[in-house]
Design a protein around this ligand. Structure first.
Ligand SMILES: Nc1nc2c(ncn2[C@@H]2O[C@H](COP(=O)(O)OP(=O)(O)OP(=O)(O)O)[C@@H](O)[C@H]2O)c(=O)[nH]1
Ligand SMILES: C=C(OP(=O)(O)O)C(=O)O
Length: 217
């Protein structure tokens, strides 16, 4: 049997309102909040595009800079409709996706490796709906649907919400897939795992980020 490739949907808010929990780090004079949010997104999308089990990556965004960036990496973009928050945006993206295998992926996974995503998607094949919880165990970094509606329940406590809605939890050796970056501590953990090129370069060339990430250790 030929296994269909997955369509991966990635949400990205407008930069001015995205990733506010990183502001304690990026709100400092000399730091560039937008550049960090874009680097996280770019490393995530680049890993998804490079994943051998992924046929297309669809980024749902109304942010022109983010749209240009991810298109340059090989993703497709769709508008952030119906403009009612994260889950409706993911449903919209999933409706534009090709084929029966659709996954929603967090946009803040700079340590994600293509092989990790491939392993998780392989584990999700032939099951109607699955999810991968984040490193804390409370959030979700990947939700998959195979021949079914995606029914995303992202937000606070989403791992429990996806479980209660019948999705099967997947676990595996995929630390980069679990490590979403919401806070400065998460960023430090992702760098320790080995972040993608754009995030790693941004931190190493930004003295203000490097100093504050080191100082908070
Ligand atoms: N397209 C789209 N993406 C969204 C929306 N809301 C959240 N996202 C994205 O979904 C991902 C996970 O959301 P959160 O972790 O809550 O991110 P956030 O709201 O940017 O972060 P905080 O301000 O720190 O809570 C982030 O990459 C957001 O950009 C939305 O309404 N539309
Ligand atoms: C929206 C979610 O993520 P975050 O931890 O990034 O807020 C979630 O885990 O459902």
């Amino acid at each position: 049997m030929t296994v269909p490739l997955w369509s991966v949907v990635v949400p990205a808010k407008r930069l001015a309102v995205a990733k506010t929990r990183l502001q304690p780090l990026t709100g400092r004079p000399g730091a560039d909040h937008a550049a960090l949010v874009l680097a996280l997104l770019a490393d995530t999308v680049a890993a998804a595009v490079a994943c051998p089990r992924v046929g297309s990556v669809v980024v749902v965004t109304d942010e022109p800079v983010a749209a240009d960036l991810v298109r340059g990496l090989g993703a497709r973009t769709v508008a952030d409709e119906p403009d009612r928050g994260l889950n409706p945006a993911l449903e919209h993206g999933a409706r534009q996706a090709d084929g029966p295998a659709v996954a929603a992926l967090s946009s803040d996974l700079p340590a994600l490796r293509p092989a990790e995503l491939a392993a998780a998607l392989a584990a999700a094949e032939a099951r109607p709906r699955c999810f991968v919880a984040d490193a804390q165990g409370t959030g979700t970094t990947l939700l998959t649907a195979y021949g079914e509606a995606l029914r995303p329940r992202f937000g606070r406590g989403s791992a429990r919400a996806h479980l209660d809605d019948g999705a099967v939890p997947l676990t595996g050796d995929w630390p980069g897939l679990l490590r979403d970056v919401d806070t400065p501590d998460d960023l430090r953990a992702a760098l320790d795992l080995g972040a993608g090129r754009r995030t790693a370069e941004l931190v190493s060339t930004s003295p203000i980020l490097a100093i504050h990430l080191r100082a908070a250790r």
